[in-house]
Design a protein around this ligand. Sequence first.
Ligand code: SAM
Length: 240
Amino acid sequence: MTNKIDEKFIENLLSFGIELDDIKLEQFHKYYELLIEWNKNINLTAITEYGDILTKHFLDSLAIVKAIDFKQTLSLIDVGTGAGFPGIPIKIVFPNIKVTLLDSLKKRVNFLDEVIKNLSLTDIETIHGRAEDFAKEDKLREQYDISVSRAVANLSTLSELCLPYVNVNGKFIAYKSEKADIELNEAENAIQILGGGNIEKISFLLPGTEFERNIIVIDKIVTTPSKYPRKSGKPEKTPL
Ligand code: SAM
């Protein structure tokens, strides 16, 4: 059963070129219910109104289609995914992509495991740990077409956490709001050191709102020097 809020969500997704069938809409409903249920005991989201979650979490996560053609994408890692944003909405809409959700907070990873089970999602894994540590592992380093991150750190820090996971010719995508230009200026050096380039900023208003959003698209041009990322905490304390 759809209601007016669902219809608005479906319409907003159509403006992104995304058609939502009943099965996927039902998965979003279940995801919402689990978020609210688990949010009573662990801190997952400050946003709890149904319509707000659909817009500010689900729709916002899916704005990545402005930057990425998911028909050409095989694998994606979401660094600092928290309650699953943007990784879970992307997986629901594009089930063929292999998705890794990484977060340093065990309780949130437990929640994500429950979502995966309840929504019957396949070809998706969770990793509990710090991005700095797992980026050193051969089976993850430079293994992804896309590394993505939303609301985790400033762009310099984030580049060090995310670019090591991307294969050469892949992309690192960062979701940013108003301060995108300042962060871009400050991150230029870090991006170059870490093997990134061809930086692009895609600006838009989140459909149905006045919220400015920016998606930063960074190509992986050359391999990341093996000394990066530096040890846990360093990218945040002293950004490159
Ligand atoms: N991406 C989600 C979103 O947009 O709602 C979550 C954002 S939340 C503010 C930041 C998340 O990043 C937290 O869940 C935190 O545990 C995780 N995080 C921060 N630094 C991290 C690191 N170095 N490695 C892994 N996860 C990290």
